[in-house]
Each structure stands twice: as structure tokens, then as C-alpha cells.
Write a protein that binds this ligand. Sequence first.
Ligand code: AMP
Ligand code: ZN
Length: 112
Amino acid sequence: MMDCLFCKIAAGEIPSKKVYEDDLCYAFYDIDPQAPTHFLVIPRQHIESAAAVDASNSAVVAHCFEVIAKITKELGLESFRVVSNIGEQAGQSVFHLHFHVLAGRDMTWPPG
Ligand code: AMP
Ligand code: ZN
């Protein structure tokens, strides 16, 4: 998608601190970390949010979760939180599906 920040980051058109990449997804550190470890995993394909997941794109989303398991193992993270905000009221500010992976501090529940 032309004017999407995360499409541009995945394409390497906007710099980011890469954690992992493959044909289907890209992972990079959040610019405004909310925990000692905070990175984002995004599909390369533009999907607006988790509310736009359907049979045509769900394999890519499953792959993102495989990648999350792989990266966190490699980083030695035994406990972490995966968050995806959907819509403005829930705090979504970038409308390209992304999974926040947060670790390294105690987490509260329920989230604010
Ligand atoms: P959300 O608010 O759930 O849509 O998450 C968007 C996230 O993207 C926020 O945590 C931002 O800090 C992060 N973010 C925005 N711009 C960049 C960027 N250029 N590089 C890395 N992370 C970014
Ligand atoms: Zn996009």
C-alpha cells in the first residue's frame, strides 16, 4: 500500500532496527519501547488489522506467530506478551497489522 509506514519499513524504504525477516514477515524494534524488549512483527502483505484476517491471509498470520516463537526462543525470552491493537479506541495508531512483543518486566492485567 502506497502510504503505509509499515509497508515502507518492510520494503526497506524507511530505516528500522531489524530483528528478523523472511519472505512473509518482518520484525523490528519499536521506536518507542514500552518494555526492556519491545519489537513488532508484521506481515509483508498489507493487512489493516487483525479484524481484516480471513481465509485468504490467515496463513501469513499463523506464520507471524511461528516467527514470534522462533525469535523469542533465540532471544532467550521465556515470558513475554503479544499484543495487537485493533482500531483507534484500542490504541491502534498504524493501520498495518502488527504484533507487539513485550518482555523484560512485570506486566499488569488487565491492560489499561
Ligand atoms: P499501535 O499503536 O498498536 O498501532 O502500534 C504502533 C507502534 O509502532 C507504536 O508502538 C510505535 O511506537 C511504533 N512505531 C511507529 N513508528 C515507528 C517506526 N518508524 N519504527 C519503529 N516503530 C514505530
Ligand atoms: Zn501496510
